[in-house]
Design a protein around this ligand. Structure first.
Ligand SMILES: Nc1ncnc2c1ncn2[C@@H]1O[C@H](COP(=O)(O)OP(=O)(O)O)[C@@H](O)[C@H]1O
Ligand SMILES: O=P(O)(O)OC[C@H]1O[C@](O)(COP(=O)(O)O)[C@@H](O)[C@@H]1O
Length: 318
């Protein structure tokens, strides 16, 4: 029986469990033996392998995180680490490997592919920063978590007539800030892709309070800078009472949204179809509601750009 390995790597994201469940159950239904690899590339180097039966992926669909666990592995970045990983996979008879993770994880998968393991990438990151897919796994859930948290902040900010500066994840990508910012009706969105003028924003916020607003919310993607520093600058420029909140890892938790569950179930199904067709060295995505795939090289050669039209939508709303 041919063996397919599955691992989750990098920062976890809500929906990874749902993806694993779909890959495992579809794989078994198609006659493959499924092998779970724990703790990402670390587990690959330590032969932390476990056979997965259908029942082993029961009761995980609605859980955040990843039951296979995840890791960022320094050793795997080295040539020796990768050689060890390839040897371990070959020794275990694992011919195909599905890696659920972000850009770094894809780089690792592409290296393994070059060394004779047939690999597949699924876009597992809340940041939505993978090219050639409209959504990444967990992004939709994270938007809902952030939107709910902002609702709570708004209540207290309003009572105290304050400006709330909220830092969300996104080292290089402003997608969480932009989408959750629009969903929450915030007053300003600061993203790494677009330079911000804090003085101008402060003047606008002050003007809002003078017109009778009781609170304002400024959304900052972590790649722009620390919420605390930005809150301080706004206070200096405007004299308004400001508070900073860093949502942090709360954003990466919670039960996956229906969208993330359905989308990951579809991708899991598709990856087994690709294995059966012997198409490999590719990463999957969703484009215009179709599950698509592109070679790792094509993905690395593409840029993930901020949706400027959506930013314009926001600008016209404030
Ligand atoms: N250029 C690379 N070559 C090989 N492996 C890599 C490379 N970049 C990252 N990795 C591996 O992938 C893991 C996850 O990458 P990381 O960037 O931390 O998260 P993500 O996959 O979410 O972007 C790293 O810890 C490392 O083991
Ligand atoms: O859990 P950690 O290692 O603190 O990672 C935090 C990072 O995780 C992310 O949410 C996702 O990063 P990855 O795509 O690399 O997994 C980033 O926005 C954030 O900077």
């Amino acid at each position: 029986m041919k063996k397919i390995g599955v691992l989750t790597s990098g920062g976890d994201s809500q929906g990874m469990n749902s993806a694993i469940r779909s890959i495992v159950r579809t794989g078994i239904a198609s006659g493959f033996e499924m092998v779970g690899i724990r703790r990402g590339y670390d587990g690959l180097m330590e032969k932390d392998f476990t056979i997965l039966e259908s029942k082993d992926v029961g009761d995980i669909l609605y859980r955040g995180g990843t039951f296979l666990r995840s890791a960022r592995s320094e050793e795997f970045r080295t040539e020796e680490g990768q050689t060890k990983a390839v040897n371990n996979l070959k020794e275990a008879g694992i011919e195909y490997l599905v890696v659920i993770g972000g850009d770094g994880s894809y780089r690792g998968a592409a290296e393994l592919n070059k060394q004779g393991i047939k690999t597949y990438g699924l876009p597992g990151t809340i940041d939505n920063d993978i090219p050639l897919t409209d959504y990444t796994i967990g992004f939709d859930t994270t938007l809902n978590v952030v939107t709910e948290a902002i609702g709570n902040l708004r209540d207290t900010m309003s009572s105290h007539e304050r400006v709330s500066v909220i830092e969300v994840m996104g080292r290089d990508c402003g997608d969480i800030a932009l989408h959750a910012g629009i969903a929450s009706g915030v007053d300003a969105i600061l993203v790494p892709e677009i330079p911000a003028d804090i003085q101008k924003i402060s003047a606008k916020l002050k003007d809002g309070f003078e017109r009778g607003k009781t609170h304002s919310i400024v959304m900052v993607a972590e790649g722009v800078g620390k919420a605390e520093d930005i809150a301080h600058q706004i206070n200096e420029y405007s004299g308004l009472d400001t508070r900073a909140t860093v949502l942090g890892h709360i954003q990466r938790g919670g039960t996956p949204s229906a969208f993330d569950r359905v989308f990951t179930s579809r991708m899991g199904h598709k990856v087994i179809e690709l294995v059966e067709k012997d198409i490999y060295g590719v990463a999957l995505g969703i484009e215009k509601n179709e599950i698509t795939y592109h070679s790792f090289e094509e993905i690395f050669a593409s840029e993930d750009e901020l949706n400027q039209n959506l930013y314009k939508v926001f600008e016209d709303l404030v």
